[in-house]
Unconditional design. Structure first.
Length: 200
């Protein structure tokens, strides 16, 4: 048994149950209250608890589940907050390859670091105040634009000879682009499931 009493000390079935219950309560509470202050507190949950705590509950849940979707939204937001310049560079590079997702994502032009941070917060706020399906669709579209941008930047690195400086940069960004495409597909599937009252 874990001496800290964390989720790993519980029965795995109970951890699964708690992960789904907490995700449902958080979404339901925010949507029922219509209280901007409460919404702000819920959006800031990741700051209060930290990703490591949420990871123990939500990270291992299936991607196409409510806790899995919330985990991916929080991770996207945390990445944008930690690397707004890189996120905006990837996004800006992907716009011309993903026009429709860019429109759905709703990033202001030009998509600088501040605009990308505003979008990340707006998506999480939309989880609680707006239509969860729309928030998930916006996040999925954001992933697709960023993935296209990362792939393009990886190609540019090859063409510019940057591989000689860092031989792994291009392949790392290509793998990350593929991972983001998968995340985008999962978030879009979650949006459909939510619309069918099937996102658990």
């Amino acid at each position: 048994m874990d001496s800290r009493g964390g989720p790993e000390s519980l029965d795995p079935a109970r951890v699964t149950e708690v992960a789904h219950e907490t995700a449902a309560v958080i979404v339901r509470t925010g949507r029922a209250a219509h209280d901007p202050e409460l919404t702000s507190r819920l959006v800031a949950l990741v700051d209060d608890l930290g990703l490591s705590t949420l990871a123990e509950l939500w990270a291992d849940r299936p991607a196409r589940s409510l806790p899995g979707a919330l985990w991916r939204l929080y991770v996207l937001r945390e990445w944008v907050r930690r690397d707004p310049v890189g996120a905006s560079a990837d996004y800006a590079a992907g716009i011309r390859f993903a026009d429709v997702p860019h429109v759905v994502a709703g990033v202001a032009d030009p998509p600088g670091p501040a605009e990308i941070q505003v979008l990340a917060d707006a998506i999480l706020t939309g989880v609680f105040e707006g239509d969860l399906a729309i928030a998930l669709q916006r996040a999925a579209s954001f992933c697709r634009v960023v993935a296209a941008g990362r792939a393009q930047r990886a190609n540019d690195a090859d063409a510019d000879g940057l591989q000689a400086i860092d031989p792994h940069w291009g392949s790392t960004h290509t793998r990350r682009a593929a991972s983001l495409l998968t995340t985008g597909d999962d978030l879009e599937a979650c949006a459909r499931l939510w619309g069918q009252d099937d996102l658990l």
